[in-house]
Design a protein around this ligand. Structure first.
Ligand code: NAP
Ligand code: ZN
Length: 334
């Protein structure tokens, strides 16, 4: 089966038409005709080889939505023609302790969709059936893609840290991940505060779910919020005032990192005195993804999307590079 995709041949290179042969399906795999694919900042970091792990030709895309066109011989729980999504991972070993305890995303041999293989910026893709998720009834295919990376990445910390409707949560960075975090937290019932470098996002952040909006250009902003939050969720790929944010946490509060920054510079004293915790997580497990989809469908949590044709992928990448999307770009296969 041939795939018509878009690939870059060098770091920061233009994405150009690229054809490759999809390997025959293994017994537990599923082939998908891609209809839409979201554009995540991790696609851009991989394109630029920021993490020194990109191989070229590089086909980005890990917020995939499409229809199943073929099932491996052992796949029973999915159907040809079904609308499904695939996110950051396409396979895991299914036998290690992490997989056997439901934490497949922590498996040593977990296979990310765009590392060492071709991703979803093309008309077809395949994945192990345990990483392929039917869209809930009524979910809009054109908006579902971003839930499979951005959405699950900000939803999983709510489960990990047992966030309750009584909690007050801050979200740093109102981009693809951050805007979904605001929407999930609002539906979850929390008091929600958005931290942003972009004051012009205030009105939309409030509509998305923020009760409070803090412009981080205000140098005293963090001091005024001392001891305020149960969790602060960092969705930014840049260095922050780590110690300033730690002090905004209550006793036992959690600073949870999902944005990929270089290093965290935290004073031990800012953790110790109030038993504060720093944690981080990679996307989510299959079971968490299913729970996230059900919650999103029930509470009508969906991304704010900017639509591009897949053939406009280079313009879309440029828009993301300039920090302009409001708030997630989704490419539609031409
Ligand atoms: P995005 O759409 O580009 O949004 C990032 C937001 O961060 C921007 O909209 C901006 O929000 C803020 N920001 C940008 N530069 C900043 C700076 N220098 N200082 C402070 N804030 C800044 O990116 P995304 O797709 O949401 O991804 C965010 C990060 O999460 C990336 O590092 C990505 O690789 C990572 N990621 C991690 C996982 C995981 O599994 N842990 C999964 C997906 C993505 P404001 O304008 O509001 O300040
Ligand atoms: Zn992503």
């Amino acid at each position: 089966m041939k795939v018509q995709a878009y690939a870059a041949h060098k770091a920061k290179g233009e994405l150009k038409s690229f054809e490759y042969e999809l390997a025959a399906l293994k017994h537990d795999e599923v082939a998908i005709e891609v209809t839409y694919c979201g554009l995540c900042h991790s696609d851009l970091s991989m394109l630029d080889n920021d993490w020194r792990i990109t191989s070229y030709p590089f086909v980005p895309g890990h917020e995939i939505v499409g229809k199943i066109i073929e099932l491996g011989s052992h796949v029973r729980h999915l159907k040809v023609g079904q609308s499904v999504g695939v996110g950051w991972n396409v396979a895991s070993c299914l036998t290690c302790d992490e997989c056997m305890s439901g934490n497949h995303n922590l498996c040593n041999s977990v296979r990310p969709t765009i590392i060492g293989r071709y991703g979803g910026f093309g008309n077809r893709v395949k994945a192990q059936s345990s990483w392929v998720f039917p869209l809930p009834e009524g979910m809009d295919d054109s908006k579902a893609g971003p839930l499979f990376c951005g959405g699950i990445t900000v939803f999983s910390p709510l489960l990990q840290h047992h966030i309750s409707p009584l909690h007050s949560v801050g979200v740093i960075g109102i981009g693809g991940l951050g805007h979904l975090a605001l929407a999930f937290l609002k539906a979850w019932g929390c008091e929600v505060t958005a931290f942003s470098t972009s004051p012009e996002k205030e009105e939309e952040a409030r509509k998305l779910g923020a009760h409070h909006f803090v412009s981080t250009h205000d140098k005293d902003a963090l001091k005024k919020l001392s001891g305020r939050f149960d969790m602060v969720l960092d969705t930014v790929s840049a260095d922050l005032d780590w110690n300033g944010y730690l002090k905004t946490l209550k006793a036992n509060g959690v600073f949870h990192i999902v944005g990929v920054a270089g290093s965290v510079n935290a004073r031990a004293g800012n953790l110790m005195g109030k038993k504060r915790v720093i944690s981080a997580s990679p996307t989510g497990s299959p079971s968490e993804i299913r729970q996230m989809l059900q919650f999103a469908a029930r509470h009508k949590v969906e991304p704010m999307v900017e639509a591009f044709r897949m053939s406009e992928v280079n313009e879309a990448m440029e828009k993301l590079r300039n920090g302009k999307p409001r708030y997630r770009i989704v490419l539609e296969v031409d």
